[in-house]
Ligand binder design. Structure first.
Ligand code: ADE
Length: 228
């Protein structure tokens, strides 16, 4: 999968993409991420990218021209399956959406700043608008990083254990069950005995029951969508 990112602060994406799973995905050539500085398409020698909003009001708006030029330039070498604008008023990212995006070949992510981008770019180029939650960040970069991680770890071969993404929280609309490691007793706190029993069927059943219980307690909204 190729992910191109357009940003005014490309440095914000550097560290999260250079470690752990995202590093692995790129080293194994399962994921290619190219972060582009939008300022390379600025409208003038001062690097201008934004301007006052029509109708008045506080905050600058990112202009059409640099965004359009960048989208067209990057589109010369590939066809984007989706051009995604990260914005708090977009569709909320969830596991289902991450799963869907992980099946695509080429994504372009656009990180907004200030008051956002000119609506005409949203109308004419953006194919999906995604929020990572009901709060406002200073820009789209951290949201883009979250999206890249959520999608990148789903690409076949990125995770060590092929099945582990399937047992994550939210797959099947269930929260993950509790996990334990050695020692079997710590401070007098014991690991549930079923996990030490070696009976795989019983362990699976216990995990499923714990998942159901946790989901019902914490996320009753998800419980409505569980396939029993
Ligand atoms: N940009 C600013 N806030 C955001 C959010 N919550 N999700 C995605 N992009 C954003």
């Amino acid at each position: 999968m190729h992910i191109d990112v357009l940003s005014v602060i490309p440095q914000l994406l550097e560290s999260p993409l250079s470690h752990s799973m995202m590093k692995r995905a790129q080293t194994k050539k399962l994921l290619y991420v190219s972060v582009h500085n939008l300022r390379d398409w600025a409208v003038n020698e001062y690097g201008q990218l934004d301007d006052y909003q029509y109708g008045g009001g506080a905050g600058m708006v990112m202009m059409c021209e640099p965004l359009e030029k960048a989208i067209l330039d990057l589109g010369k070498s590939k066809i984007f399956d989706e051009i995604i604008y990260l914005t708090p008023d977009g569709e909320t990212l969830n596991q289902n959406l991450a799963n869907q995006l992980s099946l695509k070949q080429n994504l372009l992510l656009i990180c907004g700043h200030y008051k956002g981008i000119d609506q005409r770019i949203r109308d004419h180029y953006i194919t999906k608008e995604i929020s990572i939650g009901d709060y406002v960040l200073s820009g789209g970069e951290l949201a883009a990083t979250v999206l890249i991680d959520a999608v990148g770890r789903l690409l076949p071969g990125v995770l060590n254990d092929e099945t582990s993404a399937l047992t994550d929280s939210f797959q099947d609309n269930l929260l993950a069950p509790p996990v334990y490691t050695r020692p079997a007793e710590y401070n007098g706190w014991r690991v549930p005995s079923v996990l030490l029993s070696g009976d795989l069927k019983k362990i699976d059943e216990w995990r499923y029951e714990e998942s159901l219980k946790k989901t019902a307690e914490r996320r009753p909204d998800l419980s409505d969508h569980i396939d029993h």
